[in-house]
Design a protein around this ligand. Structure first.
Ligand code: ARG
Length: 468
């Protein structure tokens, strides 16, 4: 019998095809522009898979060494830019496999035994996610390191604390910075948590039903640094929860980065003038010569929107798919890589910006003399003298109204004036309502007293050094 040669575009699956695929359809179905970023994971996965095939006596030692050698050469070619990527070969997996066939001949044709691109892509992607989690975690620690260093320097420097963006109570600048530290700490721990569930190896699941080649999956998982193997082959190739978790974790990180940058933007405005961002992270205006705009911060705030829409995109992509693999899932990489690019470059920049910003402690201190910022302190004083808090609150409210009429701050009123509102107010109250004194008294754990801020800083330092 004469076997008619297939005209299919792709030799890996072309056996049943007599016609070549429409040119537009070829580029429409190709994911190469995205997934070539996974070449390293794909190559390592193939190397270890070939080893497992050899150990299960599916391929010979000779085949294995040819495959290994070929894959090493391909890796070098990709890294030196010599590798010729072909869009018509659809994706990274088939580009590498087809190049391997040119290098290792028949041996290469055995590599895909028992394997499907369905378990292959799921394995590659999990390896990418696991590696990225480590990278992002390290970068978060780097930002936290910059925060801790700045916080230490300013652990006792006054700053007005805000609620509703209105002056609320005095805090220290170091205290505020350490709030950022805690936000990022939760991101760090969410990533570690995501890692635990992502670390399950799908390889060996085949297209969906498993494989018949008696591969030692547990050993394979160990060699690829997975914690364990997947339990159900249908689930293994269908599941993208690990990507959803990563994207939701990055979205929350995006919320934090956005809020932090929002503060940097407000603080660096002329009206606030609390900080000065390094020029290298700002740009000018093409019309207004005086401008120094915090563009990097603005784009970090704006770019976080992408992380949220990427999560939304992947959720919507997955929600209606029947088990097991569907080609729709190829779209996942766009969302994942875009969020990874955002988080990695943002964290890298933020660490430098925090390190390089200069802090105007004088202006922050001055602002603590506005807005009757220690009114709560006066109420607390009256409570300690026996008044119920609600009563004290009302009374101090009246004092504030009186001071406003006089165009004064409450600490500028004299004792005689204050006594008119309550006989409980004595000379010592005058000292207590000074911002410096107010912060010293907030000595609860986590509070703003310089002693407590130092305590937070020391805890943070221990945490950071335990990660190294
Ligand atoms: N490029 C595909 C993806 O990223 C690989 C898996 C293709 N599997 C298939 N059966 N066509 O999802």
């Amino acid at each position: 019998m004469v076997i008619k040669k297939s005209k299919a575009t792709n030799p890996s699956w072309g056996g049943r095809f007599e016609d070549s695929v429409n040119k537009l359809a070829v580029s429409y179905t190709s994911s190469l522009d995205q997934d070539k970023r996974m070449y390293q994971e794909d190559i390592v996965g193939s190397m270890k898979y070939a080893q497992a095939l050899k150990e299960a006596r599916v391929i010979t030692a000779n085949d294995y060494s040819k495959i290994l050698k070929g894959l090493k050469t391909i890796q070098k070619e990709i890294e030196s830019g010599k590798f010729e990527w072909k869009e018509q070969l659809e994706d990274v997996h088939m580009n590498i496999e087809s190049a391997l066939q040119r290098k290792a001949g028949n041996a290469a044709k055995k590599l895909h035994t028992g394997r499907s691109r369905n378990d292959q892509v799921s394995t590659d992607l999990r390896l990418v996610v696991l590696k990225s989690i480590d990278e992002i975690s390290n970068l978060i620690s780097k930002v936290q390191g910059s925060i801790v260093a700045k916080a230490k320097k300013h652990h006792s420097d006054l700053m007005p604390g805000f609620t509703h963006l209105q002056l609320a109570q005095p805090v220290t600048f170091g205290h505020h910075l350490m709030a950022w530290y805690e936000m990022l700490n939760r991101d760090f721990s969410r990533l570690q948590d995501t890692k635990k569930r992502a670390s399950s190896m799908p390889l060996g699941s085949g297209a969906l039903s498993g494989n018949r080649y008696k591969l030692d999956r547990k050993l394979l998982a160990k060699r690829l640094s997975f914690d364990r193997i997947s339990n159900n082959s249908i689930d293994a190739v269908s599941d993208r929860d690990f990507s959803l978790e990563l994207l939701s974790t990055i979205s929350i990180l995006g919320v934090h980065l956005s809020r932090i940058n929002e503060e940097l933007i407000i603080w660096s405005s002329s009206q606030f003038n609390y900080i000065d961002l390094p020029e290298e992270f700002c740009t000018g205006s093409s019309i207004m010569p005086q401008k120094k705009n915090p563009d990097v911060s603005e784009l970090m705030r704006g770019g976080s929107a992408r992380t949220m829409s990427n999560l939304m995109g992947l959720l919507v992509l997955m929600k209606g798919l029947p088990l097991a693999y569907n080609r729709d899932m190829q779209e996942d990489k766009r969302f994942i890589f875009d969020s990874l690019d955002y988080s990695n470059s943002s964290l890298e920049l933020l660490a430098l910006m925090i390190k390089g910003m200069s802090v105007n402690t004088k202006k922050m201190k001055q602002d603590c003399e506005l807005g009757h910022i220690t009114a709560t302190e006066l109420a607390d004083y009256l409570v300690l003298k026996g008044l119920a808090f609600r009563k004290a609150h009302e009374l101090v409210g009246k004092i504030v109204a009186h001071a406003d009429k006089q165009k004064k701050q409450i600490f500028e009123l004299n004792l005689k004036e204050l006594k008119k509102y309550s006989k409980l107010i004595e000379k010592d109250a005058m000292n207590l309502i000074k911002p410096e004194e107010a912060i010293r008294n907030k000595d609860s754990i986590g509070g703003t007293s310089p002693k407590q801020v130092l305590r937070q800083i020391n805890k943070a330092k221990r945490e950071l050094s335990s990660r190294r």
